[in-house]
Ligand binder design. Structure first.
Ligand code: ISL
Length: 555
């Protein structure tokens, strides 16, 4: 493989750091994180090795879904700052060679967006900006679809005796992509932000824009998906946005594609399609979940490797991530957040940063933040968790089990404030934040790790540096080598160089049954030499020359 062919795409080598603004750093001490807080932490991010910051939405919003319900795409949520702050953030970050990527939420707006108010009141052409339908008889919605938040998708409007569609919350009405004017508005929004100097967009639920028909749906748990997921016109819209807008800027896009399979993902993101650059898919985070991501089953490293292999080899380039604002913390999910907290967090870091693709790290992941420690649902804030609880109640699932599952998977696990130090509110704010701070901030915090060469944070910095220095880790092909239910071995190969990542996902010592050898590149146990027995949650990367005698199997 010719490495130089990849180098024109600068974003392939970047470490992207996702910030959930309201939970990152509160500069004015009102309990909600803000843009000025982000600016104050730029040097920290630079030091970590970050090249791009993806900001979860900071636009004006009534916050029914923490900003994923936008009421003005050209303004900033006053709780988070002002447009001047945003301009300053883009400029200051640029000085540090850090690009800002915005969240582009265009499947829906807030019901408080001016377009929707006009649509509801049938003013000018705005009715057609959203999706309105007559019901099927008295009190009966237009069809049987169910929402991504496990709820209704149709909201009745008395004045017009019609329903509007919302695939998410009722305060998030879906835009109508049959309407050219909607697409023109989206193009205008994109140009506005790109002209302000941002380097790209993370595109929210980008594969469900076009609703092709409104017949009843069959699927489970989300009924109706087959009528709007990955439709041809959706692809056409993405190609047009690319051609008309994105191609005129030096930028990149990462699309969040819900319920996506590999074939659909290829259509959305392979370079020759000229749609999106890379894609967030979910398979690799659900190997220990049934149907819904709320129902757990046993973790299996072989299964995880199979899923990783499928996606690593199936796409030309991946978006590699293990956490975001919708997922539980990875150390509490695939790691072990008790006695092996640090070691298993390092294991996951080793896995992630030796995979092929653009790397995404979520705030707090680099210091090993864990799932929350709340004791009741009243302490949660996420609408999805409340809906799931209601749905499970309807299915007669007993309260203790509901709480157990919500604790495992609630999106609020990732939304507790960033743990900067061991002070009362974790150095996030001086007053009680909008959502509780995890009590473990006394032990797990940035200040205690930043100058400790053996901390998880330092380990992230080392891995990031290692990647920057190695074409094989950046561009080498991914090869699956060996796995069983606890162990995983994969390789990255470029010309004659091979890096092998060996991981033990269990709390027992385990032997790798392969005759492998090589120079130790990094190890979470500070080993100098590789030996085939891995301790609990041990991770090690070894390097070798394929011209030397190395044997490896494929699973
Ligand atoms: O989080 C999920 C799984 O429980 C998904 O259903 C999630 O809602 C889906 O991945 C879409 O997420 C994105 O769009 C939502 C918003 O609530 C999420 O925060 C966002 O990442 C609606 O805009």
């Amino acid at each position: 493989m010719d490495v130089t062919t990849f180098h024109n795409e600068w974003w392939k080598e970047k470490i992207v750091y996702q910030i959930y603004p309201r939970s990152f750093c509160d500069s004015d001490n009102d309990g909600i994180g803000d843009i000025a807080g982000i600016i104050s932490r730029l040097p920290y991010l630079k030091d970590l090795g970050v090249g791009v910051i993806w900001l979860s939405p900071v636009y004006a919003s009534p916050d029914a879904d923490n900003g994923y319900d936008i009421s003005d795409y050209y303004d900033i949520n006053p709780k988070l700052g002002s447009m001047d702050d945003m301009t300053k953030l883009i400029e200051q970050a640029k000085k540090l060679d850090i690009g800002i990527m915005m969240d582009l939420v265009i499947n829906h707006t807030s019901d408080e967006h001016e377009w929707f108010t006009k649509s509801r009141n049938k003013i000018d052409d705005y009715r057609n900006y959203y999706i309105w339908r007559k019901g099927r008889g008295k009190g009966k919605a237009p069809n049987n679809w169910t929402s991504f938040f496990m709820d209704e998708v149709w909201e009745y409007d008395h004045a017009s005796d019609e329903y509007y569609l919302h695939l998410f919350h009722k305060k998030q009405p879906d835009l109508n992509y049959e309407n050219e004017k909607v697409i023109a508005e989206v193009e205008k929004i994109m140009r506005f932000w790109l002209d302000k100097g941002i380097v790209g967009f993370r595109c929210d639920v980008i594969n469900v824009l076009v609703k092709e028909t409104f017949e009843d749906g069959k699927g489970f748990p989300i009924k109706g998906l087959e009528h709007y997921k990955s439709k041809e016109q959706n692809h056409q819209i993405l190609r047009d946005l690319r051609q008309n807008v994105l191609s005129h800027y030096d930028c990149f896009t990462v699309g969040e594609a819900v319920m996506v399979n590999l074939e659909e993902a290829r259509l959305l993101s392979e370079p020759d399609r000229k749609e999106l650059d890379i894609l967030f898919y979910f398979d690799h985070l659900e190997v220990d979940r049934y149907v819904s991501r709320y129902i757990p089953k046993r973790f299996n490293a072989l299964k995880l490797l199979k899923v990783l292999t499928k996606w690593q080899q199936g796409l030309s380039w991946n978006a590699v991530y293990f956490e975001n604002h919708d997922q539980p913390r990875i150390v509490s999910h695939y790691g072990q957040d008790k006695e092996y907290w640090e070691r298993s967090a390092k294991l996951i870091a080793t896995m992630q940063l030796t995979l092929r693709g653009t790397q995404f790290i979520y705030q707090g992941q680099e210091i090993g933040m864990t799932n929350f420690d709340f004791s009741s649902i009243d302490e949660l804030r996420d609408i999805e968790s409340f809906n799931i609880d209601r749905l499970m109640k309807k299915l007669f699932i007993p309260k203790p089990l509901r709480w157990k599952w919500i604790k495992l998977s609630s999106r609020d696990n990732a939304r507790t404030p960033m743990q900067w130090d061991d002070s009362e509110y974790g150095g996030f704010s001086t007053i009680k934040p909008w959502i509780g701070v995890n009590a473990n901030h006394k032990q797990i915090n940035q200040a205690s790790q930043v100058d400790d060469p053996e901390s998880l944070l330092s380990y992230y910095r080392q891995l990031i540096q290692l990647r920057k220095d190695s074409d094989t880790l950046k561009y080498g092909e991914f090869v699956s080598v060996y796995a069983n239910s606890h162990l995983m071995v994969f390789a990255r190969v470029l010309e004659s160089e091979i890096y092998l990542t060996l991981l033990n996902f269990s709390s027992k010592q385990r032997k790798i049954p392969l005759p492998l050898s090589g120079e130790v590149v990094i190890s979470n146990l500070l080993r100098d030499e590789y030996c085939s027995t891995l301790e609990a949650y041990e991770a090690i990367v070894i390097k070798n020359d394929l011209n030397a005698e190395v044997e490896y199997d494929y699973i």
